[in-house]
Design a protein around this ligand. Structure first.
Ligand code: MG
Length: 392
């Protein structure tokens, strides 16, 4: 039975949703940056996500449209076939063909690879095995998608065709079977969405063995599966480097498997790869915080009065530069002197400004960016208390 929220709950939820953007815009709000995170919690200085126009889903008759930022590797045209070549040295044009908008394997012509090289990515591939059923186990509608040319997500007609589990459609071949067999019938289009993270070695040391997530027709069949060196035929893989970049390869396993609507989006770098996702190295964090503080101070330079002072104070959360701290401290002292000289009749007009400064200074003291005995804070506390502004 569905439990409907009461009107009160709905209205409180709505208020919370409406309030969030306003609160998120405040400085001196959540926990500040630390040694492994350059941004504070709910940090308004953290960049907004880039805009991406989403694509559309495919039907069996019609491939969907890729997202706006995707690198399209095959769109049904002979032109996009030009983005591929035979997986040979030296490179030569592929003998695979475009038939009715699909890229079709020509058995015996060999693997194909993209001319462009990739690393961590979101990959979308649609494939269809032949309707003419031939062979059993690994011989029925076999192809494969090789990320960085090194680890295979299996393409195979397992609609009614048992095989060894770690070679099943949707397996990380030789490593891990898919969690489910969610295949459509042979001849129908199957959709793979793959999220791939390559192994990362540095100075010969393994930092991350790499992993991939695979959705088969919208069903999760690999969930951050460790690559274990990428797997392979008959051989147990061991953690190894895939290098920095590699081509996407499609396998010729002797069956005329078809592909369409192939696109890829490079993924943001992991923290251990120089990116800013998750726990970063103290060196990278210091560099990012220094950059943020510089940007905030450049912004402060364009401002005047209290707005300028608050922005300078904000920058101290990222970089405790002594000169800036001294400037901010002197600015607070001057501001407080001016504020204390405001006539009693006019002080109410300054209430919001004074409360904002008290909160900002309180934040900087609480998180030890200013000393615990910073006298402006208790002085402001006395002003606030004297006017009853601390009462709800
Ligand atoms: Mg294969």
């Amino acid at each position: 039975m569905l439990i409907r929220p009461t009107p009160t709950v709905v209205s409180l939820c709505s208020l919370a949703l409406l309030a969030a953007p306003v609160l998120a815009d405040k400085a001196f709000y959540g926990d500040p940056p630390d040694a492994t995170h350059p941004w504070g919690i709910h940090d308004r200085n953290r960049p907004q996500p880039p805009l991406v126009t989403p694509g559309t889903f495919s039907t069996d008759d019609q491939p969907g449209r890729p997202p706006s930022d995707a690198i399209v590797l095959f769109d049904g045209t002979a032109t996009s076939l030009g983005k591929w070549e035979a997986d040979k040295t030296p490179a030569e044009p592929t003998k695979w063909v475009v038939v009715d908008g699909a890229l079709q394997c020509v058995p015996g012509s060999g693997y194909i690879r993209t001319k462009q090289l990739f690393a961590d990515c979101q990959l979308h591939v649609e494939w269809a095995s032949p309707t003419k059923i031939e062979g059993t186990s690994q011989q029925r509608g076999n192809s494969g998608i090789f990320l960085m040319g090194q680890t295979e997500v299996q393409v195979l007609n397992n609609f009614d065709n048992p095989t060894y589990a770690d070679g099943f459609a949707g397996s990380v071949y030789g490593v891990n079977p898919p969690h489910a067999n969610a295949l459509h019938a042979p001849g129908e289009w199957q959709v793979y969405d793959i999220i791939f993270r390559r192994p990362i070695f540095r100075d010969g040391k393994l930092l991350d063995g790499g992993r991939q997530t695979v959705l088969m027709n919208g069903v999760v069949v690999q969930d951050s599966t460790p690559l274990e060196g990428g797997g392979g035929h008959r051989t147990r893989g061991h953690d190894r480097s895939f290098g920095e970049k590699g081509p996407l390869k499609l396998q010729d396993h002797g069956n005329p498997v078809r592909y369409r609507n192939i696109w890829l989006r490079p993924l943001p770098l992991r923290a251990i790869d120089g990116g800013d996702m998750g726990v970063m190295s103290p060196i990278d964090v210091t560099a990012k915080k220094t950059e943020l503080a510089k940007s905030i101070r450049a912004d402060a330079a364009k401002l005047q009065g209290q707005a300028k002072l608050l922005r300078l104070m904000e920058s101290i959360c990222y970089d405790q530069d002594p000169a800036t701290t001294a400037t901010a401290t002197a600015g607070i002292t001057d501001w407080l002197t001016t504020t204390k000289s405001v006539p009693a009749a006019a002080i109410e007009d300054r209430k919001a400004e004074i409360l904002e400064m008290r909160d900002a200074i309180g934040y900087l003291v609480r998180f030890k960016f200013l000393p615990a005995d910073f006298t402006a804070l208790p002085e402001l506390g006395q002003i606030v208390k004297a006017h009853g502004w601390d009462k709800k």
